[in-house]
Design a protein around this ligand. Structure first.
Ligand code: UDP
Length: 399
């Protein structure tokens, strides 16, 4: 696994020195991250690399996952949808389930932690025990809370308020909770298996294994099978594009243990694809970093047709690989994709199809967008920059 100094060639020496300077004041500081899954989805992706990097910087870091039953994850997925403005039905039994599982997880909290970081809403109920704990508690909201359902927010807000501060990806997500707020977009690890450079023979081997021919341009969306990623919309877009220019579609994604809706959505996607030989639907196991890397690299265009998006790490990953991205201008995608410069934005099915055709017909445009995209990610959304932001935030909270 890469160490902090290995990133110098990407982010420059000064940033690495700034990291060590900041870390000096935090050596031995105990940090506990708590979320709801070790694999699948953006938060697990972030923690997988952030935790060892913080440890290397000299902090004592733990990563724990709350334990819940299927019912609990149904409830928290409903809350997740409710954050994204999806109409939901909340019953008293659901709220009881959330309270019960939160109670069962109180023991998970490290009593000596200087910082307890609760990621998203699944572990937020643990903040019930904040008053008796000596550390600083931070709620890191990775999703877009702007249109959160009132009932769900009224239920969760008291725990969010119990935390000492909140972290959001972008200023547009700020909530008025009466405590300090930080804005910290996440980042990708350019040296991890998912993002590292890949040789042409590795690419060929992976594509052969996946059974995807290389004779036509590929349109690719990598995402959990989630309605908010609009995979059915991607199929509609693809069918419009294919009328104009021959190409194939790859929809690839796996599940996450905290997302019980994935299987159903995958079925709907298979039905909509209706055995179309030009649509490849890949159900990926959690060990598919190289496959994802390769699919993003071979794509003529990467799409992300999300209805809502907390940040959209799949967009960052594709941009880092200098791929042209066409995405819905929602949530965190708006700080990554500068329309016409680092990618193309498309708000509707028709717009997205037109943007794809434009890039597929004009490879020079795709090349230019891709180069700008990589530079934008290098400057703003790579792991060392993220680590530095973390260290600055912890320093501010400590003092
Ligand atoms: N991902 C993965 N396997 C999959 C689907 C997604 O490893 O089958 C990764 C993807 O590469 C990205 C993260 O999970 O790093 C998804 O983060 P994003 O912010 O795009 O969406 P989220 O799933 O958090 O809504």
């Amino acid at each position: 696994m890469a160490g902090i100094r290995d990133y110098q060639a990407i982010v420059g020496e000064q940033l690495i020195e700034e990291i060590y300077e900041l870390a000096r004041q935090l050596i031995g500081c105990r940090v506990q991250h708590i979320n709801s899954t070790f694999a699948g989805g953006g938060v697990a992706e972030i923690l997988k690399r952030l935790v060892p990097m913080m440890q290397e910087a000299g902090l004592e870091v733990r990563w724990d996952v709350i334990k819940g039953d299927e019912e609990f994850f149904r409830v928290t997925k409903t809350f997740h949808n409710a954050f994204h403005g999806v109409p939901v039905q909340i019953t008293p039994a659901m709220l009881d389930t959330y309270r019960r599982i939160s109670r069962e997880n109180y023991d998970l909290v490290e009593p000596r932690a200087d910082f307890v970081i609760l990621h998203d809403q699944q572990p937020l109920g643990l903040a019930e025990i904040r008053p008796g704990h000596p550390g600083r508690w931070l709620w890191y909201c990775h999703i877009d809370p702007v249109d959160v359902d009132r009932e769900v927010w009224d239920f969760l807000r008291p725990w969010a308020r119990r935390c000492d501060a909140a972290i959001y990806h972008i200023p547009a997500y700020a909530r008025n909770l009466g405590h300090r707020q930080y804005f910290m977009p996440p980042a990708i690890d350019p040296l991890a298996e998912k993002n590292r450079e890949v040789s042409s023979s590795e690419i060929a081997a992976v594509m052969e294994r996946l059974g995807i021919p290389a004779d036509l341009p590929l349109v690719v969306q990598i995402s959990r099978f989630d309605r908010l990623k609009d995979p059915l919309g991607v199929i509609q877009v693809f069918r419009l594009v294919r009328k104009e220019i021959p190409c194939r579609l790859v929809l690839a994604g796996g599940g996450a243990s905290d997302d019980p809706e994935g299987i159903q959505v995958l079925q709907e996607v298979r039905q909509a694809a209706a055995h179309d030989p030009d649509i490849f639907i890949l159900e990926l196991p959690p060990t598919s970093d190289l496959e994802i890397n390769v699919l993003q690299r071979v794509a003529a265009v990467v799409v992300q047709k999300s209805v809502r998006e907390g940040f959209g790490l799949t967009v960052t990953e594709a941009m880092w690989k200098s791929r042209p991205v066409v995405a819905s201008p929602v949530g965190g995608i708006t700080v990554q994709l500068i329309p016409g410069q680092t990618g193309l934005a498309a708000a509707t099915t028709g717009e997205m199809a037109r943007a794809l055709v434009r890039i597929l017909r004009d490879p020079a445009l795709g090349e230019r967008l891709g180069q700008n995209a990589r530079e934008h990610v290098r400057k703003n959304f790579t792991l060392p920059i993220y680590l530095k932001r973390w260290l600055e935030m912890l320093t501010a909270e400590k003092n």
